[in-house]
Structure formats: structure tokens, C-alpha cells
Design a binder for this molecule. Structure first.
Ligand code: ZN
Length: 184
């Protein structure tokens, strides 16, 4: 992995996904490792890009299935405080599962010279998976930080990671392995 061609994509680590409307204990459990990864990435000059649900209330198709969550402009749609969103991070709002669907994420990655994306966040079998699908189809190499990614259940998580590996050739790394690769 060349760290100057790599970016971290943090998917939906938002108040509503961790402690709010769609709260999940397994999401809370990955917060310390995720924070460690982001701190190391920032230190190593690896871009941190938050792919954040920012739904339009009463409009977005997905809300019929999941109920209101991460409504744009609300506290629930903000990055959880523990991840300390900072000025040099990037935020890409999204209205569907994938961080690429009708967003400028591909344009951002191209301009940053990125060819490999490291996925983290929630949920391994849903938004992380859809983001990985589009990354793969657009020609990016896909990797996953396995201990900074999770799902509602162990079963969903194991299935999600297996699918990423088998279908998108995702490389699986722990946060510690990534930090060593970044040289921090
Ligand atoms: Zn959503």
C-alpha cells in the first residue's frame, strides 16, 4: 500500500448511528480503534474522508425503510465527537447507502491522487458494502480496517466482511497493521 495514494473512508460514524435513532452497541465498541486510526492517518498525511448520511426529511426514499435518521442539519447527522472531525478532514454528504452515489467523492479522490480506499465505519454489510461496490467498479483498490468496522450483529459483520473480500477483493487489515504501514 502506498500511503500517498491512499485515503480513509469513514462511513456513517454519526450520532444517530452510534448513540441515536439507529444506535448500536457494536458501533460504540469500534470508536476507540477508529479514533486511533484517524489520528494516525492525519499524522501520516493520509486523507480522512467522512461519508455521512445527510437525509432530506420527508423526501429520501431510504427513510421509508429505516425511519428518520441522520436528517441533514440535525445533531444526529453529525460525526460522533470522539472522532474529532478536524479542519483538514473532508466531509462528503450522501443520501443513499453508497458514499459515491450522486456525491462528489470520486472527483475528490481523483484530485487527491488516491487509488486505494480503506473503509471503516457502519455497517459492514450495508453502507460500507455499497461504498465498496462503487469504489471497486470505479477502479479503486479496496481495503477494510476490520476492527474499525462493524454491523448490528456478529452474523451481519462476518457476512459483510466475507462479501467485501470475495466480491471486491478487499484487503483486510487491523488498525495496528495500518498504523505500521503508515509509519506512525
Ligand atoms: Zn441512511
Amino acid at each position: 500500500m502506498e500511503k500517498n495514494k491512499t485515503a480513509i473512508l469513514v462511513v456513517d460514524m454519526l450520532n444517530d448511528f452510534v448513540t441515536g435513532a439507529l444506535k448500536c452497541d457494536r458501533g460504540l465498541a469500534i470508536v476507540p480503534k477508529t479514533a486511533e486510526l484517524l489520528q494516525g492517518a492525519r499524522k501520516a498525511g493520509v486523507p480522512v474522508i467522512f461519508c455521512n448520511d445527510a437525509h432530506l426529511k420527508g423526501v429520501d426514499h431510504e427513510l421509508e425503510l429505516w425511519g428518520d435518521h441522520a436528517i441533514a442539519g440535525t445533531k444526529g447527522a453529525e460525526v460522533i465527537p470522539e472522532l474529532k472531525l478536524c479542519e483538514k478532514d473532508y466531509v462528503v454528504p450522501k443520501r443513499r447507502y453508497s458514499g459515491f452515489f450522486h456525491t462528489d467523492l470520486d472527483l475528490l479522490l481523483r484530485e487527491l491522487g488516491v487509488d486505494t480506499v480503506i473503509l471503516t465505519g457502519l455497517h459492514a454489510h450495508m453502507c460500507v458494502r455499497h461504498t465498496a461496490a462503487d469504489a471497486y467498479c470505479l477502479g479503486y483498490r479496496v481495503a477494510v480496517a476490520t476492527d474499525a468496522t462493524d454491523s448490528f450483529t456478529e452474523e451481519d459483520y462476518v457476512y459483510g466482511i466475507k462479501y467485501l473480500k470475495e466480491v471486491y477483493g478487499a484487503a483486510l487489515y487491523t488498525v495496528d497493521e495500518l498504523l505500521r504501514a503508515f509509519g506512525v
